[in-house]
Design a protein around this ligand. Structure first.
Ligand SMILES: O=c1[nH]cnc2c1ncn2[C@@H]1O[C@H](CO)[C@@H](O)[C@H]1O
Ligand SMILES: [Zn+2]
Length: 396
């Protein structure tokens, strides 16, 4: 192995310090276990003031460490539907203004600490109304939290910018209302729209009015598609709904044939996705839990990266998947031998695909991401060689 190859394989510490870009992370899937316990403790059941949420007695565990393990194991079910059931416990403690500000601030802080420089974090405002907040109050509380988290991160020497994506739940019927909300807060911290929830039985075309409205407003949206359900879902998201990006989109692999002699053949849909540079918000650990992939090494991200799809790496739900951007990359480095150049490629791909304006994306790429990787890639040049002379006694 040459010194250059050694230098190019990132260490866990380099992976953490590398500037990373995250496009697919759920606010209600990333709470600190200790925060859930504290917020649940503060929740008064059947409060006359109508403060919603679940009291501590309804949590499956009250010790933060055990609770973290509970989430991971409960989410490790092999089905998207069962995975999604675990969210009732996080959503339950996110029903007041203070709780939302706190959770959003901690989210920004945690991402920054992990080396994420730009993140788009999503949540469904309609799931946070049980305590009497309006949709607008929910959005404003989360935005306030993100700004607070960015400020605290800066004090700790980390730079991060966080934009919100407003999600509508695909089984519900509020998509147009949430799309209008996203549009109203467009220059105020909300950068786009999404739909999420169980995929089978709830095609994205149920919400065409919302997508058509957003297109007329020249706004951006992504759609969870091609995670639990395959190609028809991806096709609908792109060709009927007009999604800018695919949340997961991992099942696009079903339209790619790898022949025994190594030849690769792309179907029409896979070609379209690659030709049009449609960003895939891939979430390896989450896919392992919901059964969309069987191991990191077999995850389609390896092939999609080789074929130069616009692939990006994401966390989905840091709590349920016990992950972070750094952990996702550690798994990929182990499985595919990725280097800092691969990490940079994924990070630039993600930044190109973000929903903020073009000039800001370019500046992030040229002034933050590329210099960050250049710095890491040059570290080997300044590595201190081990002393060979030993102490004067042993040399004497
Ligand atoms: O991987 C996923 N696929 C589909 N829906 C999801 C996934 N992760 C989370 N949510 C859903 O999105 C809501 C808003 O953040 C969560 O409450 C959860 O129900
Ligand atoms: Zn998701």
């Amino acid at each position: 192995m040459t010194s250059q190859t050694i230098a190019n394989t990132p260490t866990p510490d380099q992976i953490r310090r590398a500037p990373k870009v995250l496009l697919h992370d759920h606010l209600d899937g990333g709470l600190r276990p200790g925060t859930i316990v504290e917020l649940a403790r503060d929740t008064v059941p059947h409060s006359p003031k109508g403060v919603g949420g679940a009291p501590i007695s309804q949590l499956p565990e009250t010790d933060p460490e055990k609770l973290g393990i509970w989430f991971r194991e409960a989410a490790d079910s092999g089905s998207l539907e069962r995975y999604l059931e675990t969210f009732s416990h996080t959503v339950a403690v996110m029903q007041t203004r203070d709780a939302l500000v706190r959770v959003a601030a901690e989210c920004a802080e945690d991402l920054a600490e992990d080396g994420v420089v730009y993140a788009e974090v999503r949540y469904a405002p309609e799931q946070h109304l049980e305590g009497g907040l309006s949709l607008e109050e929910v959005v404003e509380a989360v935005n306030e939290g993100f700004r607070e988290g960015e400020r605290r991160a800066k004090e700790n020497g980390h730079r991060i910018r966080v934009g919100a994506l407003l999600t509508a739940m695909r089984h519900a019927a509020r998509a147009l209302e949430i799309a209008e909300l996203a549009n109203r807060y467009r220059d105020l911290g909300v950068v786009g729209f999404d739909i999420a929830g169980a995929e089978a039985g709830y095609p994205p075309t149920r919400h065409l009015d919302a997508f058509e409205y957003l297109k007329r407003e020249n706004n951006h949206f992504t759609i969870h598609a091609g995670e639990a359900f395959g190609l028809p879902s991806i096709w609908q998201a792109l060709q009927w709904c007009g999604a800018d990006r695919l949340g997961h989109g991992v099942r696009i692999i079903d339209d790619i044939q790898v022949h025994e002699d190594g030849r690769v053949e792309l179907g029409r849909l896979a070609s379209y996705v690659r030709d049009k540079r449609i960003p895939l918000e891939l979430c390896p650990s989450s896919n392992l839990q919901t059964g969309a992939a069987s191991s990191y090494a077999e995850h389609p991200i390896g092939l999609l990266r080789r074929l130069h799809f616009r692939a990006t790496v994401n966390t989905d739900n840091r709590l349920m998947s016990h992950t972070s951007m750094s952990r996702e990359f550690e798994h990929l480095v182990d499985a595919f031998g990725y280097t800092l150049d691969d990490m940079q490629w994924f990070s630039v791909n993600a930044m190109k695909s973000a929903f903020i304006p073009f000039d800001e994306r370019l500046a992030m790429i040229s002034d933050v991401i590329k210099p960050g990787y250049a710095e890491l890639k040059s570290e080997w040049l300044f590595r201190q060689t081990a002393s060979t002379s030993g102490s004067s006694e042993s040399a004497g």
